[in-house]
Ligand binder design. Structure first.
Ligand SMILES: [Zn+2]
Length: 403
């Protein structure tokens, strides 16, 4: 499905984000040779007369998007029967659905996914059996299943260590072919009591040992945690990212900035909940208030220099694979980040977190020619991101129309 590949390609872009957090540049000339970006310069008057130029001066070009938190084996459906069914679905039945979800991400310009786990390890299975680059040119990183404490939240996306095994031993026994470790260290947000904190799921030393074991194996650890204590423990134990981080507080944000821990604030699931509850209900009001509080934390994080990555939690209730990325980006903008910060969170920061920043995430000389093109200027991108006009992957054009 990728139309390969002319050895040389020259593009004129009306606007250009390099992904690093710099503001959009106007009128940029991008030279590509052998599928690698050769140069990125301002358009000179002579360039317009050059041959073999693709004129995209009505368009913006930016790096491909990264969704740093999805559950590929789960649907965003709000139907309880569907949500129930997907917990027991077998691999043979879900593999086609997962393929379609990957292609939907691709059609939205999302070229890399960081999975948050599923109980049956369907995503891990899919990755190793079916993820070939010709059919699905999307990078997927997955932990297989997540890990939660017995009797605590997380059964549908993870497993708990067996009685005779520690968290560290469980993570190790499971290491085959996984890309990172996922640990769940708190419960969910409450929409009945504002800011209600759940206790940590694991003891500090258990977390620390498991993360250390992961480090020895070259695996990063993502930790689901809301509330001050579960988040503090995760950071002090050496985790690489905090997922959600609702109500974690100023001190934890400061610690994250100091230690370079990434934050994936996952705004859409709470936004979706706010709109799914009856408008006049206490729960809807609580969800809106929770979201506002997360916006305030994002403002503090920005001031402190915490690295934020866009993650949607696609597959949770009301959060749909692919288009959720632009929705999350819009919410980050609403929270007060600039458009270039938001683009950086959805590209450069995600790529760094996934460890794929040599192949995606920024656009500069020497990087593969992998980027998305949409009509209009920088401020219109969030509306247009649902459907980029063109997608280039390693210098070849992905056929958007055929999708
Ligand atoms: Zn999740």
């Amino acid at each position: 499905m990728i139309n390969n590949n002319s050895s040389a390609l020259n593009l004129l872009a009306g606007w250009f984000f390099d992904g690093t957090g710099c503001p959009a540049q106007k009128n940029v000339f991008i030279k590509i040779k052998n599928n690698i970006i050769k140069s990125v310069d301002n358009i000179q008057s002579g360039d317009l007369r050059s041959r073999d130029i693709i004129d995209l001066r009505h368009c913006t070009i930016m790096p491909g998007l990264v969704d740093s938190h999805v559950h590929l084996a789960m649907s965003g459906s709000v139907d309880p029967a569907v949500r129930d069914m997907q917990l027991s679905i077998i691999f043979e039945d879900i593999k086609k659905i997962m393929g379609a979800r990957i292609l939907r991400n691709l059609s939205c310009g999302v070229l890399a996914l960081r999975d948050g786990g599923d109980r049956a390890c369907h995503t891990l299975n899919f990755k190793h059996k079916y993820l070939n680059f010709d059919k699905y040119p999307v990078c997927i990183k997955t932990p297989g299943s997540g890990w939660h404490a017995k009797g605590r939240y997380g059964r549908f996306i993870g497993q708990s260590p067996q009685d005779d095994k520690t968290l560290k031993d469980s993570v190790v026994s499971f290491r085959k072919n996984i890309d990172h470790i996922k640990i769940i260290n708190s419960g969910l947000n409450s929409f009945k009591k504002f800011g209600k904190e759940t206790r940590p799921q694991f003891a500090f030393n258990e977390l620390k040992e498991a993360i250390k074991k992961g480090n020895n194996l070259g695996l990063k650890t993502m930790i689901h945690a809301n509330g001050k204590e579960p988040v503090r423990m995760a950071i002090e134990a050496g985790c690489h990212s905090i997922e959600h981080g609702y109500f974690m507080g100023h001190n934890n944000l400061r610690l994250m900035a100091e230690k370079g821990v990434f934050w994936i604030p996952t705004l859409i699931p709470v936004n979706a909940a706010a709109h799914l509850f009856d408008k006049t209900s206490k729960e809807a009001a609580m969800a809106h208030r929770t979201l506002e509080h997360q916006f305030e934390q994002i403002t503090i994080a920005k001031k402190l220099g915490v690295k934020i990555a866009v993650g949607t939690d696609a597959g949770s209730i009301g959060v749909y694979h692919g288009k959720a990325v632009a929705e999350e980006m819009k919410l980050l903008l609403k929270a007060g980040l600039s458009i270039e910060d938001v683009v950086c969170s959805a590209t450069c920061n995600g790529a760094e977190l996934l460890g794929i920043n040599k192949i995606i995430g920024t656009l500069r000389a020497g990087m593969p020619a992998t980027f998305i093109v949409f009509s209009g200027g920088p401020l219109s991108i969030l509306d247009k991101l649902f459907l980029p006009e063109q997608i280039y992957i390693n210098g070849g054009q992905w056929d958007v129309i055929k999708m």
